[in-house]
Design a protein. Structure first.
Length: 321
């Protein structure tokens, strides 16, 4: 949390409703400073209702409802629900090591140490998003393992459309976008046996459901809706589990990849990426059934690769607007 004042205001709000004038007096600051701190907290994802004259109150979102989630999931597998967790992926990985059933899910109202790809911190404040991880078993090969992330992207996109009627796009390989901004990130982690076999994997899915994004993220990320009910949020968690159950059965057949390509916001676009320390520019031409991206590069400063097609199995691309 940036700013000592914002932290003090947050701690005071946790004690109950208070007017701006009273809070300013208690904390020894101006009412303008109170308002600025409230604005900062709201930008960080805290839902603060009311105003300076009516009194401010911090809305504490309840944990996900087991009844609503499991009804929407329809899988009969365990679902662990928390108000706050360090990382749902870490918890799900521990459950996987302990032999939990296929499709065991972990969901939290917020995370203390949520993370994305390459160790990046994932913005996951309370009451604004969905932070969940699902254990997947029965993965037969490493090529199948690589298609789990595209499969999860399709599952999450289906669930969002089913619950909210919103059609999102998929940015290769693991992000969902709405109107050109990121609304969802997916992190897949595998668990291998001592002999090298695949014991299973955990799919972590973080979705910006509602609330204002922090100022530093507003150009790149957004929420799905300005407001949602807790029942809708819970239904989305359950629906994602249900859709993951369907695509997990198709890892060897890749049936979901046609849908993945249809939802792609990358195919046909001019993009840039780095490979082996070289920056390339080109056009994304296709995504194969193993999830690899094919890019026709046109680097004027790299004649050896001019208009050649490069295959990307992993990595990150940027769309050139």
């Amino acid at each position: 949390m940036r700013g000592v004042t914002a932290q003090k205001v947050l701690e005071r709000l946790k004690k109950g409703c208070v007017s701006g004038e009273e809070m300013a007096r208690e904390l020894g600051i101006s009412r303008a400073a109170v308002w600025k701190a409230v604005k900062t907290l709201r930008s960080k994802g805290y839902e603060i209702v009311g105003g300076s004259s009516r009194g401010y109150a911090l809305k504490e979102c309840r944990p996900p409802s087991a009844r609503t989630v499991t009804r929407a999931a329809g899988t009969g597998t365990p679902v662990f629900l928390f108000s706050v967790a360090d990382s749902t992926n870490d918890t799900a990985l521990e459950l996987l090591k302990e032999g939990c059933p296929h499709l065991t899910a972990v969901a939290a109202n917020s995370q203390r140490a949520g993370r994305g790809r390459v160790g990046r911190k994932f913005f996951s404040p309370p009451g604004t998003g969905i932070y969940m991880s699902v254990a997947i078993r029965g993965i037969e090969s490493y090529p199948d393992m690589l298609t789990l992330t595209p499969a999860a992207a399709v599952a999450a996109a289906r669930a969002i459309k089913d619950v909210f009627g919103i059609e999102v796009k998929i940015k290769w390989v693991n992000d969902l976008y709405l109107d050109g901004k990121k609304v969802c990130g997916i992190l897949t982690q595998s668990l291998t046996a001592a002999g090298g076999g695949i014991l299973g994997a955990v799919v972590g899915i973080g979705i910006n459901v509602t609330g204002e994004m922090p100022e530093e993220l507003q150009k790149k990320a957004r929420s799905l809706k300005s407001s949602v009910s807790e029942e809708e949020r819970d239904a989305l968690i359950g629906k994602i589990i249900a859709e993951l159950a369907l695509v997990a059965k198709q890892l060897s057949t890749r049936e979901f990849m046609d849908e993945y390509r249809k939802l792609s916001c990358v195919i046909g676009e001019h993009i840039t990426f780095e490979k082996d320390g070289i920056t390339y520019f080109g056009t994304a031409e296709n995504i194969d059934n193993d999830g690899a991206l094919y890019v026709r590069v046109n680097n004027s400063d790299n004649s050896n690769n001019n208009n050649n097609v490069i295959k990307l199995n992993t990595g990150e691309v940027s769309i050139i607007l």
